[in-house]
Design a protein around this ligand. Structure first.
Ligand SMILES: [Zn+2]
Length: 293
């Protein structure tokens, strides 16, 4: 599943490719991809004549700000003055990705949504496992109310709300493992299996530690490790391990080298001990027994 760095990589690609993209045609190839509005016609009509103004990210959600345009008002230079037309929210889940096509190609069978502009440029959403979702939330409604997962997200790792006093407070009574705390999107947004394992290794903390036993100095190390690991991966364009593609169809070509994730049986880069793997409720955890206590 794409995690924060991969979703951020996709966001940057969308921002770059979709300058001045005005949606003129919407094709829904699979109904269930549209989570909201319930009536698919509302989704199509809502997006029609919308300028995709800006792409934001919150956790693993992509959020496009839309501006309504009409025939008499297509002066791109003045786009800031267009009327707000709500947001298009996308969650890629396991296998969702976008391609931007400026020459016509036939869609593959996993194509779920197609957005076209007047010049027949196409933003195509493809999703093999089909868990990905899209929402169009009209201006005046609150996306956080309509999209439950979005409304319940914890702080962004790069925000000042993700600080040591917040973390100390949140783990103080938690008997769950620190790994499960990091995966909990209501505690911190955007971290999944890869970056949880990598951050814990970097901070020297065992993923199986009961969260409330973690000392303040360790927690601070972990907070810094999370930020560093995520930033490094964003700089590298995401990792090849995550089932994701950027807008060029690349899967983390310049991907981040991991220290523990999918390195089971290989030597730890710090102590030469072998990296181990343990499966807990369907999720693999990778760690070094010597370096992580
Ligand atoms: Zn080690």
């Amino acid at each position: 599943m794409p995690e924060l760095p991969e979703v951020e990589t996709v966001r940057r690609g969308l921002e770059q490719k979709l300058k001045n993209f005005i949606i003129k045609k919407v094709e829904i190839c699979r109904d269930s991809t549209v989570a909201y509005p319930i009536d698919k016609k509302d989704f199509i009509e809502g997006l029609h004549n919308s300028l995709v103004y800006k792409w934001n990210r919150r956790g693993k959600y992509l959020i496009a700000e839309l501006r309504k345009t009409d025939k008499n008002n297509i002066n791109i230079e003045n786009k800031i003055s267009f009327v707000n037309n709500g947001v298009l929210v996308v969650h890629l889940r396991m296998t969702g990705y976008f391609t931007f096509n400026n020459i016509h190609t036939n869609p593959c069978k996993h194509t779920r949504i197609r957005l076209f502009d007047n010049n027949n440029n196409e933003l195509r959403y493809i999703d093999v496992r089909s868990f990905g979702q899209m929402w169009w939330v009209r201006d005046g409604l609150l996306p956080n109310k309509i999209i439950k997962g979005l409304g319940s997200l914890g702080p962004e790792p790069f925000s000042k709300n993700f600080n040591i006093s917040y973390l100390t407070k949140i783990i103080s009574n938690k008997t769950r493992t620190i790994k499960s705390i990091l995966l909990d999107q209501t505690i911190v947004a955007g971290i999944g299996n890869i970056y949880a394992d990598e951050s814990l290794y970097s901070a020297g903390i065992s993923p199986f530690r009961e969260a409330r036993t973690i000392k303040k100095y360790e927690l601070n190390k972990l907070r810094i490790a999370i930020i560093e690991v995520l930033k490094k991966s964003i700089g590298a364009g995401g990792t090849t391990f995550s089932d994701f593609r950027d807008l060029e169809g690349e899967n983390g070509n310049f991907g981040l080298q991991t220290n523990v994730y999918r390195r089971t049986g290989k030597q730890c880069r710090k102590c030469k001990n072998l990296i181990e793997r343990k499966k807990i409720s369907g999720r693999s955890t990778h760690w070094c027994r010597k370096c992580q206590k």
